[in-house]
Design a protein around this ligand. Structure first.
Ligand SMILES: Nc1ncnc2c1ncn2[C@@H]1O[C@H](COP(=O)(O)OP(=O)(O)OP(=O)(O)O)[C@@H](O)[C@H]1O
Ligand SMILES: [Mg+2]
Length: 382
């Protein structure tokens, strides 16, 4: 009798599972329809794969059919992608100049140094895309738009390129400061053409110098035209397809219309590098050629400078060192450090290093910003 009972229980359980699966499949169908109607091709693909796996035992015929549909669609989108990668870029109607820059296989070429907050934000953007099927089951899509904010040279353009590289997407760049023509009507139609072009292909679109539009707001004669332009941009941000990524970069966030700010899924603020981050940057730029004590002391003196300025100065010094045959001393004497920066300890380390390379006390005083008396006082104590 107990055995009979067990058998009945198992049967009931199987029945319940079957009903649950059917209900689940029906829910999946509703979800699939919602995704398809919203044009979220990537999510439709992921969900179809999931359904295909579920059906493989109970309905192998349907499962195979879905597999074939997915294969055909992958081939078709590959062809479309190849075509898009070589399709002509939109041009300005009058000048015939290209409005966009396209990098099909973007590469950053340097080791990016991010603050922990920036790194976290950028990596979250990637994670959301990697795990978009989980988001999609919760009715969500990955972030589609991001605004990068910060002073020049802190890696905003680099971040857009890095994202495109990590996502294996072409990078399309529209420099808004160069597309702003003296006729706003023409600017508007150029921007519309670019947005339509970028929307049609899976890519990362970078709207660089995003504040260029806002700067025109004081021109009252064109208020109406500018409003239309802002509306076009707001719509583009709102409706950007989930398999693309819209990145905007600005040095002047305060000039942006708050209505635009609010539209972005994420806003990332880029800070000046800290001493530790400068050390990381210098380690990468200088490698083994410099002692770590030296890198630490230079880093402290360079605090307050942007990644771009530091990179430029180090490369200039390295070039100089190669052409003149000089080594570290050349590098140091060519770095235009800010005299008021760096702790006394770091500047004394630098002074000692310069002295060991045979620099005169006058030169050392100039490079470290320490007076000859201070140098002499600490030299006695060494
Ligand atoms: N975070 C970083 N890590 C490593 N190198 C960097 C970083 N930021 C900038 N650089 C160096 O500086 C160069 C210029 O940086 P980038 O063009 O990304 O700055 P930006 O923030 O876009 O400046 P702008 O506001 O002037 O456009 C980069 O190509 C790179 O060599
Ligand atoms: Mg830039």
């Amino acid at each position: 009798m107990p055995q009979m009972c067990h058998y009945k229980n198992v049967k009931n359980m199987e029945k319940r599972n079957k009903v649950a699966q059917t209900v689940d499949m029906e829910a999946q169908f509703v979800h699939l329809a919602r995704l398809a109607l919203a044009g979220r091709a990537n999510d439709v693909e992921l969900l179809s794969k999931r359904i295909l796996n579920r059906l493989s035992d109970s309905r192998p015929d349907l499962s195979n059919e879905i597999r074939n549909v997915l294969k055909e669609s992958a081939e078709a989108s590959e062809i479309a992608r190849t075509k898009a990668g070589s399709s002509p870029l939109p041009v300005d109607f009058d000048s015939r100049l290209e409005l966009l820059k396209r990098e099909n296989a973007p590469s950053v070429g340097v080791h990016p140094v991010w603050s922990p907050e920036v790194r976290n934000e950028l990596e979250t953007l990637l994670t959301e895309r990697e795990r978009s099927d989980e988001l999609s089951l919760a009715g969500l899509s990955p972030s589609r738009s991001v605004l990068l904010v910060g002073p020049p040279g802190l890696g905003k353009t680099l971040a857009a390129r890095w994202l495109a590289q990590q996502l294996h997407r072409p990078l399309l760049t529209l420099d808004l400061s160069s597309v702003m023509s003296s006729f706003l009507g023409k600017t508007g139609s150029n921007i519309r053409v670019v947005l339509d072009f970028a929307r049609r292909q899976p890519s990362v679109l970078l709207l660089d110098e995003f504040d260029a539009i806002a700067k025109r707001r004081d021109d009252t004669a064109e208020v109406g035209e500018l409003k239309r332009l802002v509306t076009v941009l707001i719509q583009a941000i709102d409706e950007w397809p989930a398999d693309g990524l819209l990145v905007a970069a600005t040095n002047h966030p305060e000039l942006l219309d708050p209505a635009i700010w609010r539209r972005f899924d994420r806003v990332i603020e880029f800070p000046f590098p800290t001493k530790d981050e400068i050390e990381e940057l210098l380690n990468d730029l200088l490698g083994e050629s410099v002692t770590s004590a030296m890198i630490a002391s230079i880093s402290s003196i360079l605090v307050g400078k942007s990644h771009a300025d530091i990179t430029r100065e180090v490369l200039r010094a390295k070039r100089h060192a190669v052409l003149t045959g000089e080594e570290m001393s050349a590098l140091i004497t060519n770095l235009s450090v800010k005299k008021e920066r760096g702790t006394l300890k770091d500047r004394l380390v630098l002074a000692k290093e310069l002295r060991s390379k045979g620099h005169s006390e006058r030169e050392i005083s100039q490079r470290t910003g320490l007076s000859r008396q201070t140098l002499a006082k600490y030299r006695v104590q060494e």
